[in-house]
Unconditional design. Structure first.
Length: 177
């Protein structure tokens, strides 16, 4: 009886070992289908570059590297600043984003306040300063939908303090009294 239990245990152990060796951890589901801190930092740094350096020497290559072909931006903050109707996409595709952002004045300094992520999305709290009169900091939140396999951003949902932005640009209706 002891020999048969020992044989069964040994056989089970060998089966598990063979299956682990045949399917190393890197091939198991979830390993390459989930964002990690390094991937999040890469995407946030790339997107920060696009905001701080529109028209910069690496703008197009950075945009084409970190933005997927399904990319779009949804932002009533952007729509309100640009005088477009609320509720529509600010940029319906990557080409529209690149064309517009390339001629948009830079956000001189964008600082990360915090990032949070799960396997396929990132929440990024940020602060922009150095805009216009630089009287107010512009705080915002961007949510990225991400393809973790390609490490590209599929969608951006962005909202920020447009009143502070307009006040920094000198719009009198947004000044404190």
């Amino acid at each position: 009886m002891r020999i048969s239990i020992l044989s069964a245990t040994l056989a089970m152990t060998m089966t598990v070992m063979v299956s682990v060796l045949a399917h190393p951890w890197t091939d198991w589901p979830g390993q390459q289908t989930c964002l990690n801190d390094t991937g999040v930092a890469y995407l946030v740094q790339g997107y920060t570059y696009l905001l701080e350096q529109p028209g910069g020497p690496d703008f197009n290559s950075t945009a084409n590297t970190i933005l997927s072909d399904q990319f779009f931006v949804c932002s009533d903050s952007i729509n309100s600043l640009s005088g477009r109707p609320l509720g529509q996409l600010a940029y319906p595709n990557k080409q529209a984003f690149i064309a517009s952002q390339f001629v948009t004045p830079p956000l001189p300094t964008v600082s990360t306040l915090a990032t949070f992520h799960n396997c396929q999305s990132v929440a990024w709290r940020w602060n922009a300063s150095g805009i216009g009169a630089n009287q107010y900091e512009i705080k915002g939140l961007i949510n990225f939908d991400v393809n973790p396999t390609t490490l590209q951003i599929d969608a951006v949902y962005s909202e920020f303090n447009t009143a502070a932005f307009q006040a920094d640009l000198g719009n009198p209706e947004c000044q404190q009294k």
